[in-house]
Design a protein around this ligand. Structure first.
Ligand SMILES: NC(=O)c1ccc[n+]([C@@H]2O[C@H](COP(=O)([O-])OP(=O)(O)OC[C@H]3O[C@@H](n4cnc5c(N)ncnc54)[C@H](OP(=O)(O)O)[C@@H]3O)[C@@H](O)[C@H]2O)c1
Length: 160
């Protein structure tokens, strides 16, 4: 991940203005990467201003207009990138409104990454996918090897 040593490597961050994605953008810029950030509206100054104030943003950050349900817009942002951090997702709205962008959007990101020969995709998942399981041993570090228990989620009516 040391871009200075390898030249001007490009990395895409989806939902770049979001809470988690903004930290990815800051870290990647600080490591010397050129960052392709996706936002739904690059012209909205208030939503994107914190990105433009980051160190090295004026020269190394490029914002692309992209929606998760618009494959071509994602493909343009991911083209030429060696890595993708996929953090865009609707948050805290009704489950029905989350599912399509989350599932179809992630599928679009993976398809575009495959076509663009991206070397690595990092997907930001949710605690709801891994932590809701009464059989997890107490004190276990929860990571991608863990899975929430579907029946338990239904019984508890987990909303996360
Ligand atoms: N925050 C946490 O503590 C936390 C913990 C664990 C997991 N997560 C997960 O991490 C992900 C990001 O969370 P966050 O807290 O950073 O959320 P956030 O601040 O709301 O950021 C989400 C971003 O996704 C973008 N987005 C939403 N719908 C989109 C669509 N249809 N097309 C393109 N972009 C879209 C939004 O872009 P616009 O700016 O265009 O609206 C927004 O910038 C979520 O999946 C969340 O479940 C978060």
């Amino acid at each position: 991940m040391e871009a200075e040593k390898k030249g001007r490597e490009k990395v895409c961050v989806t939902g770049a203005a979001g809470f988690i994605a903004s930290w990815f953008v800051e870290l990647l810029l600080s490591k010397g990467y050129i960052v392709h950030g996706t936002v739904r509206d690059p012209s909205t100054h208030e939503k994107n201003a914190h990105l433009w104030s980051l160190d090295k943003a004026p020269e190394n950050l490029k914002l692309f207009k992209a929606d998760l349900l618009d494959y071509d817009s994602l493909r343009s942002a991911i083209e030429g990138c060696s890595g993708v951090f996929h953090a865009a997702s609707p948050v805290i709205i009704s489950p029905l409104e989350v599912i399509e962008p989350a599932v179809k959007g992630t599928s679009n990101v993976l398809k575009a990454s495959l076509e663009a020969k991206v070397k690595r995709v990092v997907y930001v998942s949710s605690l709801a996918a891994v932590g809701m399981n009464p059989n997890l041993p107490k004190g276990q570090v929860i990571d991608e090897t863990c899975r929430s228990d579907e029946d338990y989620c239904r019984k508890m009516e987990c909303k996360d």
